[in-house]
Design a protein around this ligand. Structure first.
Ligand SMILES: Cc1cc2nc3c(=O)[nH]c(=O)nc-3n(C[C@H](O)[C@H](O)[C@H](O)COP(=O)(O)OP(=O)(O)OC[C@H]3O[C@@H](n4cnc5c(N)ncnc54)[C@H](O)[C@@H]3O)c2cc1C
Length: 431
């Protein structure tokens, strides 16, 4: 069986940027045997949230390569050049392209790595391979869409698997009810209930706000309740001094702090990333509610300071038991569909790597995103997007992706060069 130098799990922007970084770092040297395994059948970036009118929340200069290597052929600017839209883009006078365009840019870059990506396979677990009392390799098990399980061996691993939907506990029993769906599956979910007339959207972040506006614009005119615990929709702070926390070199600052100091930083700047829609989007929503006052027809409601206490599914709808946190008043509302724009958890790597847990104390990562391991564990495992508590708020975003993958790539390329030297033939041995 072929032994890979690196298997990347997931082929979203993080591991795509890693493929690019490795490609550029290795130029001239012997090629690394690299493979990325992606559960989607083709590249798409948050497919079910590619809504009309949505745009990037970071500058296009925070693309897959620019901050690491502005001369890379994988920059957004080169993409525009190749698509013959560079001049037109300049005339848009924006740093924030549409999400559809950025998805197209990512897909354009991903297409250049087709030979290194196995699409349509979901990695289910990673197992240790022992030799002489040491773990020398990892066995990566994946399942394809037909249910067939494949196994591959690798010396190193890079996880870029994004987040998993955070579902409030009271909705867990309704996991199989298609009328309740998370924002990560919004377009599919709403297509299955295209005629839903009364819809609840839970959340106060960018996704909740975008979904509210999308539903508002739907021709059949559904009534929407936007339900949030907070008093108000609050905008993200992207003013320049605050934005410095998303600079790649701020990672050193965060990583160098004590745990308490890092927690304090995360708390202080949480509203740059969580539960904070763009100001212009908030203004558009406010306008919708203002216009309702003029028209005298209260189609939508902003249920602020509200909590969902219980959920019941019936043939005639989903009933939410709501509590007004200001008055203490409890009441029920029935909806045709409920959208949970309730964010993401980022602990999936612990489940996927559970068989390796005894070798990876606390799943803690070093400054270069490599999981610490016991001495008898040789493979390097890198985490992309799961190190927010140690590396800062930029970790789940595109802000540091280009630079982070350069850092990981350097470590990997150096280690693989060393391993390649003694005996190339040995690499094709193990079964
Ligand atoms: C709607 C939306 C808009 C966003 N907009 C911005 C923005 O404008 N700017 C910004 O900086 N950030 C934004 N983000 C944050 C987002 O996390 C990053 O943009 C980016 O997607 C992170 O890339 P990633 O590759 O780490 O994770 P993801 O993009 O989530 O990619 C992970 C990939 O791994 C695959 N995968 C997961 N599990 C497995 C498995 N077991 N086996 C195989 N494959 C697997 C998934 O299918 C997916 O393709 C947005 C997030 C969302 C949800």
């Amino acid at each position: 069986m072929l032994i890979h130098d690196l298997i990347g799990i997931g082929f979203g922007p993080s591991n795509l940027a890693l493929a690019i970084a490795l490609d550029e770092l290795q130029q001239g040297g012997p090629p690394l045997e690299t493979l990325f395994i992606e559960r989607q059948r083709s590249f798409t970036w948050h497919r079910d949230m590619l809504l009309d009118g949505t745009h990037m929340q970071v500058s296009f200069l925070k693309d897959l390569a620019t901050l690491r290597n502005p001369a890379s052929r994988f920059t957004f600017i080169n993409y525009l050049h190749e698509k013959q839209r560079l001049q037109d883009f300049i005339n848009l006078k924006t740093f924030f392209p549409s999400r559809r365009e950025f998805n197209d840019y990512f897909a354009w870059a991903a297409a250049q790595f087709e030979d290194r990506c196995a699409y349509g396979e979901e990695v289910i677990e990673v197992l240790p391979e022992q030799q002489g009392g040491k773990v020398t390799l990892l066995r990566v098990r994946s399942r394809d869409s037909a249910g067939a399980v494949r196994e591959r061996l690798t010396r190193n691993l890079a996880l870029g698997i994004g987040g998993t939907p955070s579902i409030p506990a009271c909705f867990a029993p309704l996991r199989d009810d298609s009328r309740v769906f998370h924002s990560s599956g919004y377009l599919r979910g709403i297509a299955a209930h295209a005629q839903a007339r009364h819809i609840a959207v839970l959340g106060a972040g960018q996704s909740a706000a975008e979904i509210f506006m999308d539903l508002h614009g739907r021709p059949h005119g559904p009534r929407v309740d936007l339900i949030l615990r907070a008093q108000a929709l609050k905008p993200s702070d992207d003013s320049p001094f605050v934005n410095e926390i998303f600079n790649p070199d701020f990672v050193d600052h965060v990583y160098g702090r004590t745990e308490d100091e890092r927690d304090a930083l995360l708390r202080e700047f949480r509203h740059t990333n969580y539960a904070c829609p763009d100001l212009d989007l908030i203004q558009r929503i406010f306008q919708v509610f203002y216009d309702q006052k003029i028209n005298g027809a209260a189609r939508h409601r902003l249920l602020r300071r509200h909590e969902v206490e219980d959920v019941r599914a019936g043939a005639d709808g989903i009933e939410l038991a709501l509590r007004d946190l200001d008055t203490g008043h409890g009441y029920s509302e029935r909806y045709d569909a409920v959208v949970l724009a309730t964010g993401y958890a980022r602990a999936q790597h612990r489940t996927m790597l559970a068989p390796l847990a005894p070798y990876l104390p606390g799943f803690a990562a070093d400054r270069h995103y490599r999981l610490h391991s016991v001495p008898e564990f040789q493979p390097m495992i890198f985490l992309q997007g799961a190190c927010e508590t140690t590396h800062g708020l930029s970790d789940t975003l595109l802000s540091v992706t280009a630079v982070r993958t350069g850092e990981i790539g350097q470590v990997l390329a150096a280690a693989c060069r060393q391993a390649q030297q003694p005996d190339l033939a040995e690499r094709r041995a193990l079964a």
